[in-house]
Ligand binder design. Structure first.
Ligand SMILES: Nc1ncnc2c1ncn2[C@@H]1O[C@H](COP(=O)(O)OP(=O)(O)OP(=O)(O)O)[C@@H](O)[C@H]1O
Length: 505
């Protein structure tokens, strides 16, 4: 029974036991899992410990770096403070300096104005000296070396940089003993223009003179010099003859023509401007112009009705009015500078037509642009008459060599040129002597067409300027010296003080 009882109990608890056994196994598995977990946590803890150690050391490093940086920061801060203070000082100095600069600039402006005024006083005094000296002036202008001529220059110096009145020419020759001999020639004129001088600069010196025709003076401006020395360039300008150098600098024809406009267009422009300004003072002006050429002692009208002037012209001087007229020539009423430009172009084209027909005729003839001006002042009742004659003389070179003697036409041209140029020199010389001998002294105006044509503008009562044009080339040195001597003779002549052709009605 007990056994039965045990068996019953065993049966009764068998399920519980197996359940408990299952529970024990589950707990054993859980224990194993927890042990693994503990193992993993331990490893993790170790890693974290290592991390903490490394972080601590990093922290220490960072703390050290922080200390270094804050030290540097302090140093920089103090540097900034010191820079700021020196900046402050500098900006104060700068303000002082800029104030001094403003004052200095103003002073420079004042001084420049003073210098300009002094220069204009000097110019006026210079002009007064000129007036006292007489009314003939001589300018000398040396043209630049042209492209292909480089390396062929003569030795020419301009030592008088202030007043620009001297020119020194040096020539080297070989003596009979074979020794090199250097000769130095000094010349002085009223003004010397170096090759770099512009047309504007030349006109600045001439403008007062040209303008005086509006005050009733007779003014004569001659360009003298050998062929190719720049006479036409000076009187008429570079015109449409574009130089290669100007093209390469990208200039247009119009720019070049404007910049290189010569004394004739500039003088005409100025006369128109001045007469326009004088309108407000009651003056009314009438202007008329002629353009003549004297070739082989005959006069040709470059502005006549026909392209070729075949007429014979006579020069007439009215002793009462002192007016000069040339029979059968056209006198054009001048109304605007642009109309004058067209007339000049017409004259130029007629000269070049003639030049192609007759071997370089333009350099073998004189051209005379004559502007007559008469003014009337309705308010004051004054009247005045003046004239402006701008003359481009024939090439002054002496023709040597067998070719000329054989060439009849060339010989005749040369004789005509020599005759008229020496007549011009004689007239100027005689005008100089007239001062000593009184009015009865004979002036040989009739010795050439040129001097006879300009008789009334070449008296002691008129203002005369000769612009001597020189070539800069060594090959032309002898010709240049001859020209310089001729111009010196003219320059040493004293002719009377100019008188205005001012009449009172
Ligand atoms: N001041 C200057 N600047 C630039 N070129 C110049 C100057 N003077 C003259 N020339 C140039 O030199 C050359 C000769 O000048 P130009 O024809 O005026 O001489 P000229 O004395 O009138 O000669 P001709 O008696 O043959 O008429 C031209 O090509 C001209 O353009």
């Amino acid at each position: 029974m007990v056994e039965g009882e045990i068996e019953n109990v065993r049966k009764k608890y068998k399920g519980v036991v197996s359940e408990l056994e299952g529970e024990v196994k589950r707990w054993e598995r859980e224990g194993g899992r927890l042990e693994g977990e503990v193992e993993r946590m331990k490893r993790e803890l170790d890693r974290e410990r290592e991390t903490v150690v490394s972080l601590r050391s990093t922290l220490t490093d960072q703390a050290n770096a922080h200390i270094t940086l804050s030290t540097q920061n302090n140093i920089l801060q103090s540097q900034i403070t010191s820079l700021q203070s020196s900046l402050q000082t500098d900006s104060t100095t700068l303000s002082t300096l800029s104030l001094s600069l403003t004052r200095a600039t103003a002073r420079i402006k004042d001084l420049e104005n003073e210098a300009r005024e002094a220069e204009s006083v000097r110019r006026k005094l210079h002009n007064m000296v000129q007036e006292l000296k007489g009314n003939i002036r001589v300018f000398c202008r040396v043209r630049p070396v042209l492209g292909l001529e480089a390396g062929e220059e003569a030795e020419i110096r301009y030592p008088d940089w202030r007043d620009r009145r001297e020119i020194v020419v040096e020539s080297t020759s070989e003596s009979a003993m074979g020794q090199e001999r250097k000769e130095v020639y000094n010349f002085g004129f009223d003004r010397v223009f170096e090759p770099s001088s512009t047309q504007e600069e030349v006109f600045e010196e001439i403008s007062q003179l040209a303008q005086s025709c509006t005050d009733g003076y007779n003014v004569c401006i001659f360009a003298y010099g050998q062929t190719g020395s720049g006479k036409s360039f000076t009187m008429e300008g570079g015109g449409v003859r574009l130089s290669l150098s100007s093209l390469s600098r990208g200039r247009t024809d119009a720019d070049y023509a404007l910049q290189t406009a010569g004394m004739i267009p500039r003088a005409v422009q100025q006369v128109f401007r001045v007469t326009d300004e004088l309108k407000s003072k009651g003056w009314e002006y009438k202007m008329e112009g002629q353009f003549l050429e004297i070739y082989n002692e005959t006069i040709n009208d470059l502005l006549g009705k026909h392209e070729f002037d075949k007429k014979k012209h006579e020069i007439k001087h009215d002793p009462k009015t002192l007016r000069t007229s040339i029979t059968d020539t056209q006198s054009h009423a001048l109304t605007s500078p642009s109309q004058v430009t067209s007339l000049l172009l017409l004259a130029q084209s007629r000269r070049s037509v003639a030049a192609t027909l007759m071997n370089e005729r333009s350099s073998r003839s004189h051209s005379v642009f004559m502007l007559r001006i008469s003014g009337r002042n309705e308010v004051s009742g004054e009247r005045c008459e003046g004239s402006l004659n701008l003359v481009d003389l024939a090439g002054s070179e002496r023709l040597v060599g067998s070719g000329v003697a054989g060439d009849k036409e060339r010989l005749r041209e040369t004789q005509s040129i020599n005759k008229s140029l020496s007549a011009l020199g004689d007239v100027i010389g005689a005008l100089g002597e007239k001062g000593d001998k009184g009015d009865k002294h004979h002036i040989p105006y009739r010795n050439s067409k040129l001097t006879y044509l300009l008789q009334n503008s070449l008296s002691g009562n008129s203002k005369t300027l000769m612009v001597l044009n020189l070539s800069p080339l060594a090959a032309h040195l002898n010709e240049s010296l001859t020209s310089l001597r001729f111009a010196t003779k003219v320059n040493n002549t004293t002719i009377g003080t100019a008188k205005k052709g001012r009449l009172t009605s």
